[in-house]
Design a protein around this ligand. Structure first.
Ligand code: GRF
Length: 211
């Protein structure tokens, strides 16, 4: 049976989508760097073990990353899932879990890496925005892309409206990508994403749609 460890820092809506998706194998643990992360409650309600590993107790990023990696490895995970884990992970951590470390980012990468992606999208005036699931590599928000969903940006959108439209798609795409990985269909080979038995392409999205 596969083992998955999920890392969070906050509200945990993506975690909840993963918990409710009845994924193959077991979610062995949810680890948060913040004790007040709301997602910890979702994990406990689903009977998943939780651990808080507060980064403020460590002298350096390397020391924290090493402690976190050791805690993760206790569960011998096939996959480590970042679900709103708001810390940059150093190179040695990323190497240790290379090819089995996934992240979701609320933009259509490579556009708008980093924070405040919805504000960035509104400021840039893009008409199409979205979310990306990618393998994590040492470069921030730049790893090989597994899947993306696009959403339209409407003229009246503010940051909250756009964020909620994107988030609904995050909740669909992340469980899908994690399922592919746990079923052995998704792999990182020589830095490229391989998805076995890929389905038919989704219809293209154009925005705005003509009246
Ligand atoms: C999501 O928008 C995710 O894409 C980003 O952080 C946010 C986490 O939200 N990495 P939640 O904690 O899953 O609700």
């Amino acid at each position: 049976m596969t083992s998955t460890v999920i890392l969070i820092s906050g509200r945990g809506s993506n975690l909840l989508a993963l918990l409710e998706a009845k994924l193959p194998g077991r979610i062995a643990a949810v680890i948060s760097n913040r004790a007040e992360a709301g997602g910890l409650i979702h994990a406990r309600e689903h009977g998943v073990a939780t651990l808080v590993l507060d980064h403020r107790g460590y002298a350096s990023r390397e020391a924290y990353d090493a402690a976190l990696a050791d805690e993760i490895d206790r569960h011998r995970p096939d996959l480590v899932v970042l679900a709103g884990f708001m810390r940059i992970l150093g190179d040695s951590f990323v190497q240790r879990f290379s090819g089995r470390l996934l992240n979701i980012h609320p933009s259509l990468l490579p556009a708008f890496p980093g924070l405040n992606t919805h504000a960035q999208a509104l400021a840039a005036g893009v008409r199409i925005h979205g979310c990306t699931v990618h393998f994590v590599t040492p470069s921030l928000d730049a790893g090989p892309i597994v899947a993306q969903v696009a959403v339209p940006v409407h003229g009246a959108d503010d940051e909250a409206a756009l964020a909620s439209r994107v988030l609904a798609e995050e909740h669909r795409i992340y469980p899908q990508a994690v399922r592919w990985f746990l079923e052995g269909r998704l792999r990182l080979t020589a830095g490229r994403v391989v998805l076995l038995r890929e389905g038919p392409p989704a219809p293209p999205l154009a925005a705005p749609v003509a009246a």
